[in-house]
Design a protein around this ligand. Structure first.
Ligand code: ADP
Ligand code: MG
Length: 318
């Protein structure tokens, strides 16, 4: 199908979900009306065929995941999602693939009231780039550079499931469907991020592996962290398939979970705040460590011995 046929198809299905879209798909650019006084939060992420999803992944799952990883970045900033643009590079203009893609993409967009306001459609290797735009009250965004010595380190949900599914898939054996679901359909922790805005001292989404991502927070904040490996949530479901060492590696260094890792000021109040956040959002949060003076993340095993993985997380150019 020709470029304009595909764009028409996308426009027909991108229902107007927000009245702050003055002009959406169809002109040279979109026209948006941000609410007065709010800060604009902007992020972009690309998914390449065979790199960010296994070749042959269903179109709807690609659509879901492409938006999910972007919304996860807004969640990690404590922002409310508002608008997005979509750049599609397609090897052939297969309208059925685009329809399937939109099924997944628009389902998640509707869940978070994100309006698709524009994009670009080209021929090339299968690749999806999305830019998301969100809103946050001035001064309340969750940054990486605010962690302070003595803060507690927390993480949402469970860790390691997505990496476990990928390991099973790469191994060529059976893939546990619950784990696979976590790989294919990550749930961006948007509501939790918003509950933490102005409360957490620092936040990051766990996309490249906990040690690597918490390491980014530490580097930006000029602090170190001590992690309790035994406290990492979600180990139970991995133990059915992997030995203890593999479980530890998947949880500490596996990517793609899109949970939030955040720091809270120490003390009972912080525990209450975290619990309130979890209650408000239905997502469990777990305390997994402490911010300390120094640099780098030290992961301790059950006996308090430092544990060093072969690699801290995913790096596309390593
Ligand atoms: P231009 O040549 O002016 O860049 P295009 O022909 O690329 O315009 O796009 C026409 C309109 O369709 C624009 O409003 C653009 O934002 C929108 N559009 C193109 N591709 C997509 C897409 N994949 N998703 C959403 N909107 C798109
Ligand atoms: Mg264009």
């Amino acid at each position: 199908m020709a470029e304009f046929g595909l764009i028409d198809r996308i426009r027909a299905r991108a229902a107007q979900v927000r009245d702050d879209v003055v002009l959406g798909i169809g002109d040279d650019a979109a026209l948006l009306q941000p609410p007065p006084g709010m800060q604009l939060v902007v992020s972009m992420d690309t998914l390449n065929d065979g790199v960010h999803f296994p070749a042959g992944t269903g179109a709807a799952l690609v659509g879901w995941k492409a938006l999910a990883v972007n919304l996860s970045d807004l969640a990690a900033m404590g922002a409310e999602p508002a608008w997005c643009t979509l750049s599609l590079s397609l090897p052939d203009g297969d309208p059925a693939w685009v329809d399937g893609f939109l099924d997944g993409f628009l389902a998640l967009a509707a869940e978070h009231r994100v309006a698709l306001v524009g994009g670009d459609t080209t021929r090339g290797p299968l690749s999806v780039s999305i830019a998301v735009h969100g809103l946050v009250d001035p001064g309340r965004a969750l940054r990486r550079d605010g962690a302070r010595v003595g803060d507690a380190v927390w993480v949402s949900g469970g860790l390691g499931a997505a990496a476990a599914a990928l390991a099973q898939w790469r191994g060529g054996g059976a893939v546990d469907q619950d784990l696979r679901e976590r790989l294919d359909r990550p749930c961006p922790r948007v509501r939790l991020g918003r509950a933490l805005a102005g409360v957490a001292t620092a936040c990051i989404d766990v996309s490249d592996g906990l040690l690597a991502d918490l390491g980014h927070v530490c580097a930006a904040s000029g602090v170190g962290a001590v992690l309790d490996l035994d406290a990492l949530p979600g180990a139970g479901r991995l133990r059915a398939h992997f030995d203890a060492d593999a479980v530890r590696r998947l949880q500490a260094t596996g990517g793609d979970d899109y949970e939030l890792c955040f720091t809270l000021p120490a003390g009972a109040d912080a525990v209450a705040l975290a619990a309130a956040g979890a209650a408000a959002t239905g997502i469990e949060v777990t305390r997994i460590g402490t911010v300390v003076a120094g640099q780098g993340v030290q992961a301790l095993d059950r006996d308090g011995r430092p544990w060093r993985p072969a690699s801290a997380g995913h790096d596309h150019f390593a």
